[in-house]
Design a protein around this ligand. Structure first.
Ligand SMILES: [Zn+2]
Length: 99
């Protein structure tokens, strides 16, 4: 009970500080495929993610902002890489790039 009340009061404080307009970031998968994972040195599935800024109104995302960055994540070992790794097929080249 005590803990619940503390959480409510914290949420109210955050809403007051945040005001009507705010900003948030959303990470979303935009593509997927097969690449050579530099960690595992073998072909794996990957997801390509975009990290985008969103403007919020009363905590609801209403307007997409610019893309802050993007990366690919290995579906198997969860390592993340520069998206340029996709399309490279020679494992030794990949290892030099990430070294
Ligand atoms: Zn991997």
């Amino acid at each position: 009970m005590n803990l619940l009340m503390q959480q409510v009061s914290h949420a109210q404080k955050r809403a007051a500080v945040g005001g009507i307009l705010g900003r948030d970031t959303v990470t979303r998968s935009v593509a997927g495929g097969i690449f050579v994972c530099a960690s595992e040195r073998t072909q794996r599935a990957y997801w390509h993610y975009h990290v985008r800024r969103w403007f919020t109104l009363f905590g609801v995302k209403v307007l997409p902002g610019r893309i802050l960055g993007d990366y690919v994540e290995c579906f198997s070992c969860r390592s993340t890489y520069d998206p340029r790794i996709v399309g490279s097929t020679h494992p030794s080249l990949l290892l030099e790039e990430t070294g």
